[in-house]
Write a protein that binds this ligand. Structure first.
Ligand code: NAD
Length: 256
């Protein structure tokens, strides 16, 4: 379905971003990978699906590096047809103890980076009259949890940005939507499970049950594969008029 298209997924060396990159690659899209850590592993996993892969190591907190990535992606593949703003980090602390440097980093990586990639990707998408912008927000773009001020503020902001971009592209072939996952067992969440186990002196299994039980009625993690399939749907012709939605895949979290 996406043969001949190019998808750029920020933060795609791990977790949800890698899951979405693989799902789009399975549909034939060439992939621009971004992120830190196991770059070779991510590249090999996507190349194994038979598409072309280009990696750029831009730090999503740095606008000049984002500009360089967007330029390099366009030079390599002609243009970015599908932009998935996924890179994100977390920090957990009460507001009055929240490190200022962590606040700034979370706003930059989880929110401002999507503004920069979007403003840079839109002209070519509009010129082609086809494009998909998919923002990986969170159920925390819809509801709050204590101790996550920067993350919740950034994700609510990302849902707001999604709606504005959807309005500004409403009469074009470009759509912009957000995906709002509940718990997904990636390194970002494993750290929170480990912290809970350590703080309460309980096993990893018990900490996982507690974590799910507090928020997620299904008591099940959403998987990167499931989120990848939702991204594929947003890229399909059936979703041509799906615009500005914040679609939760959260085991019932936000329904409570
Ligand atoms: P993860 O830690 O597995 O992956 C994060 C990715 O972002 C990695 O590829 C990492 O290298 C990259 N990254 C981090 N900082 C970066 C930076 N400065 N520049 C470029 N890349 C950077 O986390 P994940 O759980 O897969 O999270 C992906 C997205 O999904 C995030 O936006 C997160 O907020 C969101 N999300 C996660 C969950 C969950 O339960 N895991 C739930 C809702 C939303």
């Amino acid at each position: 379905m996406l043969k001949g298209k190019t998808a750029l997924v920020t933060g795609s060396t791990s977790g949800i971003g890698l899951g979405i990159a693989k799902a789009l690659a399975r549909q034939g899209a060439n992939i621009v990978l971004n992120g830190f850590g196991d770059v070779d592993g991510a590249r090999a996993a996507v190349e194994a699906l038979g598409v072309e892969v280009f990696y750029h190591g831009a730090d999503m907190s740095q606008p000049t590096q984002i500009e360089d990535m967007m330029r390099a992606a366009a030079e390599r593949f002609g243009r970015v047809d599908i932009l998935v703003n996924n890179a994100g980090i977390q920090h957990v602390a009460p507001v009055e103890e929240f490190p200022v440097e962590r606040w700034d980093a979370i706003i930059a990586i989880n929110l401002s980076s999507a503004f920069h990639t979007t403003r840079l990707a839109l002209p070519a998408m509009k010129a082609a009259n086809w494009g998909r912008i998919i923002n990986v927000a969170s159920v925390h773009g819809l509801v709050a949890s204590a101790q996550k001020s920067a993350y919740v503020a950034a994700k609510h902001g990302l849902v707001g940005l999604t709606k504005v971009v959807a309005l500004e592209t409403a009469t074009t072939g470009v759509t912009c939507n957000a995906i709002c996952p509940g718990w997904v067992l990636t390194p970002l969440v494993q750290k929170q499970v480990d912290a809970k186990a350590a703080a309460l002196g309980i096993s990893n299994e018990e900490a996982t049950r507690l974590l799910l039980g507090e928020k997620e009625p299904s008591m099940q993690f959403t998987t990167p594969e499931e989120l990848g399939e939702l991204a594929v749907f947003f890229c399909s012709p059936a979703a041509n008029n799906v615009r500005g939605v914040a679609w939760n895949m959260d085991g019932g979290w936000a329904a409570q």
